[in-house]
Design a protein around this ligand. Structure first.
Ligand code: 5GP
Ligand code: MG
Length: 177
């Protein structure tokens, strides 16, 4: 049975709150939002639209990152770096991802950016799974905490399906094959 966790309206509210928190901490500085593909896409687009209501200068870039196979983290984070190293020094970066589960993805990306010369890196996730973290870091901005379940929709996939849903639901066992 389908269990909707966040409706379109719920998501809109959560994203607006995150944008307000980021804007309040950023004091009109120039920000580089760095989205982690592919799951960040609807969230990052909506976050940008909400941030446009605040006095900020924004740039958007993406990194391709993967760690999940089916419904479980492989524990191995692969980053496909396609951005020039010259981007990072002096840049106020916010890494944007859909969900913080084990935390290994965000931890690897932050370490990678610091190695490349980024000076100020913050992290923003729409959701965090309760009790699943395997790292010491916490996301700087987190929209909501959810129970440990496999979710899809609003960019989150199951074997590349369901990303198009405008809401987030728990994937039922009979939908997993
Ligand atoms: P972490 O590295 O924190 O374990 O996982 C982060 C990545 O795993 C997320 O960017 C996301 O792509 C994927 N992921 C984690 N939990 C879920 C989930 O419940 N559903 C889906 N579709 N992807 C997830
Ligand atoms: Mg991801």
């Amino acid at each position: 049975m389908t269990q909707t966790l966040y409706s379109e309206n719920d998501l809109k509210k959560v994203v607006a709150e995150l944008a307000a928190a980021i804007a309040a901490d950023s004091c009109g500085r120039k920000l580089l939002l760095l989205g982690l593909l592919k799951g960040c896409q609807p969230f990052l687009a909506d976050l940008c639209r909400e941030l446009s209501r605040h006095q900020l200068v924004l740039e958007v870039e993406y990194l391709q990152v993967s760690s999940y196979v089916g419904t479980a983290s492989s524990g191995q984070v692969t980053i496909s770096q396609v951005l020039p190293d010259s981007l990072w020094p002096g840049c106020d970066v916010i890494v944007v991802d859909d969900i913080f589960d084990t935390g290994l993805t965000l931890k690897s990306v932050v370490a990678h950016l610091c190695e490349k010369g980024a000076e100020k890196v913050r992290t923003c996730v729409l959701l965090r799974k309760e009790g699943c973290s395997r790292v010491e870091m916490e996301p700087d901005y987190c929209g909501a905490v959810i129970p440990d379940a496999f979710i899809v929709g609003y960019g989150l996939d199951y074997n590349e399906q369901y990303r198009e849903l405008p809401y987030i639901k728990i994937l039922a066992e009979d939908e997993q094959n």
